[in-house]
Design a protein around this ligand. Structure first.
Ligand code: SF4
Length: 277
């Protein structure tokens, strides 16, 4: 089968780094307790579970003296401290880009800015960021949700790493008229943007796309959406076994893309299968 792989695609730097840390910890410990799923990919979580990964949804679920792991999304200062208190060791897989947002958030809070975070309030990365701010902070999905009464002295804006730059610009444009002083940190990570640009480029030269990644992965879903909105037939699969050979029959050249949380071994399985067809 004639195919071309989007570039860049697959694991981003932060998730790759966190999983490497986790693998080393699993090699050295019989079991490691992660605070939340370490990656939005069920096959990879299953593989890591066979090596001794346990997924906990709260610090209370982690037994005292255990080895704990913090995923790339990071954690609030309070929960981090609880883990250090309770566990024998804490492996910190927080992505350095996320840690940068946490530091900027703490700095804004310390310097008396009212902090506005562009993001999804239920997302673990955002919860972690909020947990680094002393005082109140507001989380908004877009500038449309801003409804401040009265003019403010100082407002500081930052963003969840996976937000759109256009939304950050719109938020800053609105808030600049509601405060005496505005400080804006562009904390958006380019990894997601670059993967989306790569699939748009790929769509120009293929007649269909296979996107591989967990069905619980929002960024994988975004790649599928982008392919379809470019007018392409796009299939979303979690692993090579789900690829329907009948669907490929009338295709001349297909594109392959992977979500930012799809491990290399799943992409390699898929390309090995395509090479045999
Ligand atoms: S998307 Fe960016 S910020 Fe998020 S884990 Fe990956 S590299 Fe880090």
């Amino acid at each position: 089968m004639n195919f071309v792989i989007a570039n860049p695609t697959g694991l981003c730097f932060g998730v790759r780094r966190a999983i490497e840390y986790l693998e080393i910890a699993l090699h050295e410990n019989k079991s490691v307790y992660a605070m939340g799923n370490p990656i939005h990919n069920p096959q990879e979580v299953e593989r890591l579970s066979r090596l001794g990964l346990k997924v906990a949804s709260s610090v209370a679920e982690i037994p005292g003296g255990a080895a704990a792991f913090i995923r790339a999304h990071g954690l609030s200062r309070g929960k981090h401290a609880e883990l250090r208190e309770k566990c024998r060791m804490v492996i910190d897989g927080t992505c350095p880009f996320v840690r940068n947002v946490q530091k900027k958030a703490a700095e804004l809070g310390r310097e008396g800015y009212e902090v506005v975070v562009l993001g999804d309030s239920g997302h673990p990365e955002v919860k972690g960021i909020l947990g680094h701010i002393d005082g109140e902070a507001l989380v908004v999905k877009s500038e449309k949700y801003i409804n401040l009464r009265g003019r403010r002295a100082k407002i500081g804006i930052l963003s969840q790493t996976t937000q759109r730059e256009a939304d950050l610009a719109a938020l800053a444009s609105k808030l600049v008229f509601l405060t005496e002083e505005l400080r804006v940190y562009n904390t958006i990570c380019r990894a997601t943007v670059k993967r989306q640009e790569a699939i748009k480029k790929l769509a120009e030269s293929v007649d269909a796309v296979v996107v591989i990644g967990g069905r619980n992965s929002a960024n994988t879903g975004a790649l599928v959406e982008i392919s379809r909105s470019s007018g392409l037939d796009a299939k979303w699969i979690e692993h090579a076994g789900e690829l329907d050979e009948g669907w490929l029959r009338d295709k001349v050249k297909i594109g392959v893309a992977a979500g930012g949380s799809t491990p290399d071994w799943l992409v390699n399985d898929l390309t090995a299968k395509l090479l045999k067809l």
